[in-house]
Design a protein around this ligand. Structure first.
Ligand SMILES: NC(=O)c1ccc[n+]([C@@H]2O[C@H](COP(=O)([O-])OP(=O)(O)OC[C@H]3O[C@@H](n4cnc5c(N)ncnc54)[C@H](OP(=O)(O)O)[C@@H]3O)[C@@H](O)[C@H]2O)c1
Length: 161
């Protein structure tokens, strides 16, 4: 099975997005996202795929959708089961990049959550799912301040049961 890592940037109320776009503009956090996802497979839902300004270089895009995306570099799955079986056949780290519906589906199967915890609240229409912090070892990677916004990069590693 692939090693599944969820990566997301969330506000104090777990805000993820608004009107199918990101809420905060944090260039250093986007660099962190790039570093963590480059040369890996990235799994996303259709809305997140639509929200991308362009395909992200050096990453294999995998989209869960009932739509047909006719792009040679994009791999599509129309059912979670088929996508899960595909991931089950892999033995590499795969990044789960959102949005809310995809995080919800993959939370039980993800060994790791790589979260940018933004110390602000904002108007949002999509939220990261609630998760049980007690199931994870929490590791603070760094704290940053950009444009007056403080945020931490935190790794949550699932404890072995
Ligand atoms: N802050 C962050 O780190 C972050 C990261 C990613 C996204 N976001 C934000 O999150 C928002 C988007 O999240 P979202 O929850 O609305 O959308 P999403 O999870 O990106 O995509 C939802 C779509 O994926 C497809 N899908 C989901 N489950 C499926 C299943 N079991 N089988 C087949 N297709 C399935 C459906 O598309 P079809 O209609 O094609 O079937 C569904 O409408 C945006 O605002 C985005 O900017 C934030």
């Amino acid at each position: 099975m692939a090693y599944l890592t969820i990566i997301a940037a969330i506000g104090q109320n777990k805000e993820l997005g608004y009107k199918n776009a990101l809420i905060w503009s944090l260039p250093n956090d986007l660099r962190f996202f790039k570093k963590q996802t480059e040369h890996k497979k990235i799994v996303m839902g259709y809305n997140t795929f639509l929200s991308l300004p362009k395909l992200l270089p050096n990453r294999k895009h995998i989209v869960l959708t009932s739509h047909k995306i006719l792009h040679p570099e994009v791999l599509c799955f129309s059912s979670f089961n088929d996508l899960f079986n595909y991931l089950n056949s892999l033995s590499e780290e795969v990044m789960i990049i959102g949005g809310a519906s995809i995080y919800q589906l993959f939370l039980p199967y993800s060994q790791e959550l790589l979260l940018t915890l933004i110390q602000q609240q904002a108007l949002a229409d999509t939220f990261f799912p609630d998760f049980n912090e007690a199931l994870y070892e929490k590791q603070l990677l760094d704290e940053q301040n950009e444009n007056g916004i403080t945020y931490q990069h935190v790794r949550y590693l699932k404890k072995s049961s």
